[in-house]
Design a protein around this ligand. Structure first.
Ligand SMILES: *[C@@H]1O[C@H](CO)[C@@H](O)[C@H](O)[C@H]1NC(C)=O
Ligand SMILES: *[C@@H]1O[C@H](CO)[C@@H](O)[C@H](O)[C@H]1NC(C)=O
Ligand SMILES: *[C@@H]1O[C@H](CO)[C@@H](O)[C@H](O)[C@H]1NC(C)=O
Length: 325
């Protein structure tokens, strides 16, 4: 009896130990990432990078990271990568934090945060430009073998209130991986640049990238603070002419649809007419004749008409797409 009780006790103890081992999460501590850095990789673009702590226990769990952008604009997202690209204005500085998390177990505690920050660029207050506005215009390109659409960009701004008289401003835009400096400026009476015009750019008016505009400056008397602005291309005042070819195809499709519609209408009337005034039935000569007449009835039915029309629509859509891209 005593031996049995002892055996049960041992069994119980073993089970408890086993269970503790099966639940590693309680003792499994996540360590924050190491070597977290922020690097500028383009106009208004930074790359955040970190490494997992080499002392982090692995034990078959999926680890991920939660990134929090603190400034200039709060944002929060999760990733399994150890780097992340961020597009944001940088003239007010940038700061972000990252922590290690269990990828699929959000109830379990995450690691502590590590943070990194980038100071705002040097410059006296009131020296950066103000009231930047930009417009794009898409024009049709008539040259064969070149881009079909050419996007021009025009930006205007006000000189900073406290900018010295000798201040000169320089405008750059970035679209995707393309960065260009403005070559054609308009000047105020003090010969300071206050507007810029790019007759052609690498902007894709149908693309999804945001347009970045960066204006910095120089003066002998003060450091000029740079200024960034991001533009959603579809939010800029964007007039895109429909080419004459597109109009021609649209008109052609409309005409075809119209003719088909009339045709089917006439068919239907004829059908009704034959039903209202059936021709004098002639005696069927043989089975083959009957077969043919059944087929004829089917061909006149709605099903075939619908098929015809949808086929034409599909063909038109393809041509349109082709001429656009
Ligand atoms: C962190 O950076 C230091 C210094 O550059 C380097 O020696 C170390 O290997 C890095 N750690 C990891 C985990 O990459
Ligand atoms: C410039 O922008 C500020 C703030 O948005 C506005 O109050 C001011 O009227 C603008 N100035 C001009 C000349 O448009
Ligand atoms: C302005 O910005 C461009 C692009 O980052 C840079 O190449 C240039 O040196 C800057 N100029 C000044 C005066 O800061």
């Amino acid at each position: 009896m005593i031996i049995m009780a002892a055996a049960l006790l041992i069994l119980f103890g073993a089970t408890v130990i086993l269970q503790a081992d099966l639940l590693p999460d309680k003792k499994f501590v996540l360590l924050p990432p190491v070597n977290f850095t922020i690097k500028i990789t383009g106009l208004a673009q930074v790359l955040l990078r970190w490494e997992p702590d080499p002392h982090q226990e692995q034990r078959n769990v999926n680890l991920g990271y939660r990134v929090r952008i603190n400034a200039p604009q709060e944002d929060d997202y999760e990733t399994r990568d150890t780097e992340s690209q961020c597009v944001t204005i940088l003239h007010k500085g940038f700061s972000a934090s990252v922590q290690t998390i269990f990828w699929n177990e959000h109830s379990l505690p995450a690691s502590s945060w590590v943070s990194a920050e980038m100071k705002d660029p040097p410059g006296s207050p009131g020296t950066s430009i103000a009231n930047l506005t930009c417009t794009t215009n898409t024009v049709e390109n008539n040259y064969v073998h070149l881009r079909r659409y050419q996007v021009s960009l025009r930006c205007t701004w006000l000189v900073g209130q406290d900018a010295p008289e000798d201040t000169q401003y320089f405008l750059y835009y970035r679209y995707g991986s393309w960065t260009e400096e403005c070559q054609e400026y308009n000047k105020d009476t003090l010969k300071r640049n206050t507007a810029c015009w790019f007759p052609r750019t690498f902007i894709n008016s149908k693309g999804r990238d945001r347009l970045v505009v960066h204006v910095n400056g120089s003066s002998r008397h003060a450091a000029i603070k740079p200024f960034d602005q991001l533009f959603d291309l579809h939010a800029i005042g964007n007039d895109e002419p429909t080419s004459s070819l597109e109009w021609f195809i649209i008109a052609l499709m409309a005409a075809i649809c119209f003719v088909l519609l009339i045709f089917s209408f006439i068919c239907r009337i004829c059908h009704v007419w034959t039903k209202l005034f059936p021709p004098v039935p002639a005696p069927k000569s043989n089975i083959k004749d009957l077969f043919v007449s059944t087929n004829y009835e089917k061909a006149g039915s709605n099903e075939t008409e619908i098929e015809d029309i949808s086929y034409v629509e599909e063909a038109g859509f393809e041509i349109l797409e082709d001429s656009v891209f």
